[in-house]
Ligand binder design. Structure first.
Ligand code: ARG
Length: 307
């Protein structure tokens, strides 16, 4: 089975406004900081011409690494034939960048903690996976302008609402975060006495929270809200303050793709496309999704979850 990203993006021009408002409503309660959302275009920004003086690893292609365990950024949506299709606003952004640069998009799914290494080794052109451009990474990689603000949250089972009221309650208890993510660092900073467990996929963190293997987890707010729609027995306990705001595209240091990527991001913010990508992603994420792994033939290894 072929993963047809283009067909997905074209095929998903659907009831965008509904997904948007449902999402906005669900964010209001927990958020004391800014609610997740699309970045504002720079003051006075207008549509920019895309620079053409860039090179890619494979001529005519744009290789983009992503970790599709992170709805609504990137995940597998189940299409009408029951097949998993890569979806999410990062995938739409990747498609837009490829289109505007006149390149053929090839998305390379992998675990999050492998993406930056693949980028450094020159195996992919871009990492588009909800990357927070934090200072330590920015020493080694270039990051585009921000396109989305996701926020940070601490997630527990809703049944434990009264049991857990502060980080102190998690001494010696299993607390999860995705390996290689800023959430793992947030776990080390906020719950140093917990038994911090790094998992390769956020979807595994969700499952382990549900099953009681984890007692709490650090997850991006937009992502937590998305999975809580499908797992209502989980809840955001509180927001987690974090300085490096928002998500950016990761590139090799000095990549000549950066000006073109920034021009596309600017244009998506100016022309409202990013709002549309996010609304579509939220809509798809609240439908049938697949949260497992695909085998080497792109087939699902377990049953798809239902709505
Ligand atoms: N924003 C966080 C970071 O940059 C987490 C991103 C995780 N992305 C993913 N597709 N799982 O570390």
């Amino acid at each position: 089975m072929k993963k047809n990203v283009l067909a997905l993006v074209l095929g998903s021009a659907m009831t965008v406004s509904m997904g948007m408002s449902a999402f906005a409503e669900s964010t209001t309660e927990a958020a004391t900081e800014a609610a997740p959302g699309v970045m504002k275009a720079a003051e006075g920004a207008t549509i920019e011409e895309i620079p053409t003086d860039f090179t890619t690893i494979q001529e005519g292609k744009l290789l983009v690494a992503t970790s599709p365990d992170f709805a609504p950024y990137e995940f597998y949506s189940i299409d009408d034939n029951g097949d998993p299709q890569l979806a999410g606003f990062d995938i739409s952004l990747a498609q837009r960048i490829a289109d505007d640069l006149g390149l053929e998009l090839q998305v390379v799914p992998m675990d999050f903690d492998g993406i930056l290494m693949e980028l450094q080794n020159g195996n992919v052109d871009l990492g588009i996976s909800g990357f927070s451009p934090e200072p330590e990474r920015a020493e080694i990689f270039d990051f585009s302008d921000l396109y989305y603000y996701g926020g940070q949250s601490f997630v527990i089972r809703a049944a434990d609402k009264d049991k857990y009221t502060s980080y102190d309650d998690f001494k010696g208890l299993p607390v999860g975060a995705q390996t290689g993510s800023i959430q793992y660092t947030l776990a080390e900073e906020n719950t140093p006495d917990a038994n911090i467990t790094g998992l390769a996929k956020v979807t595994d963190i969700i499952t382990e929270l549900e099953s009681g293997k984890l007692e709490g987890a650090f997850i991006e707010t937009a992502v937590a809200e998305s999975y809580i729609q499908n797992y209502p027995d989980l809840m955001i306990a509180w927001d987690v303050p974090y300085d490096s705001m928002g998500s950016a595209v990761a590139l090799q240091k000095g990549s000549n793709l950066l000006p073109a990527v920034n021009a596309v991001i600017n244009n998506c913010l100016v022309d409202g496309s990013m709002d549309k990508y996010v609304a579509e992603a939220n809509e798809l994420a609240s439908g049938k999704v697949y949260e497992g792994q695909l085998d080497e033939n792109g087939e699902m290894m377990t049953e798809a979850s239902t709505e």
